[in-house]
Design a protein around this ligand. Sequence first.
Ligand code: MG
Length: 250
Amino acid sequence: MAAMARRVLELLILFVLARNTSPCALDVPVGSSCRYCLSWRLAVEANNLRAWRTVPLQCLHHVESYVTGSQYERDIDLIVDQIGSYVDGIEMLGDGMDAWILDVDDTCVSNLLYYRGKRYGCDPYDALGFKAWAARGECLAIPAMLGLFRRLIEDGFKIILLTGRDEESLGEATVENLRSQGYVGYERLIMRSAAYRGESAVTYKSAMRKQLVEQGYRIWGNVGDQWSDIQGEFAGNRTFKIPNPMYFVP
Ligand SMILES: [Mg+2]
């Protein structure tokens, strides 16, 4: 009987320990798991961690708390403020060739509703699942980025939306999704054509930017949630990285 009581007590202690260490929200006292997830996320954003395939399962609650809580929005707000300060100092030539490049997914519009069903990146990338989601055209605008988009247009910049989405299968849905979320008045939406299927984002996006520069556009800035949006050739005069701890695009 005593052995049984001891076993019950042991299980109870294990249960309490598990409850105290597994949730890794930013607003709970920092346990060892949370410290790891903060370091992991910093390494992701600083591009010290590359080609990772899934969010570590122990960081599920940490990433969920971050992207669904207010910190993610605050982080983007601060970046957009910095972009604003930079824009204030730009001396445009005003010949209609002053341009900005914005990525689409998780830069202009959010895929958070989709990634909720993928345990915020703890599940492996699902190309078909993502395509089916994107085809629904239900991505919501990221408010601060929509504000930036409108400000840049008002200032006279040409906005080039540059996305790795497949043009043939997702062209219509993407145009309609962007329009419904308020992304109206951009110069061009460049999507991945058949010629670039299978190429890395860095290769494809560099080639598209090269064409723009050859056409005479001056790329003053480039904003994306992936390092592959802002690396490579003709990246832009300044680049800005929006946080994304849910997936990595090479
Ligand atoms: Mg993106």
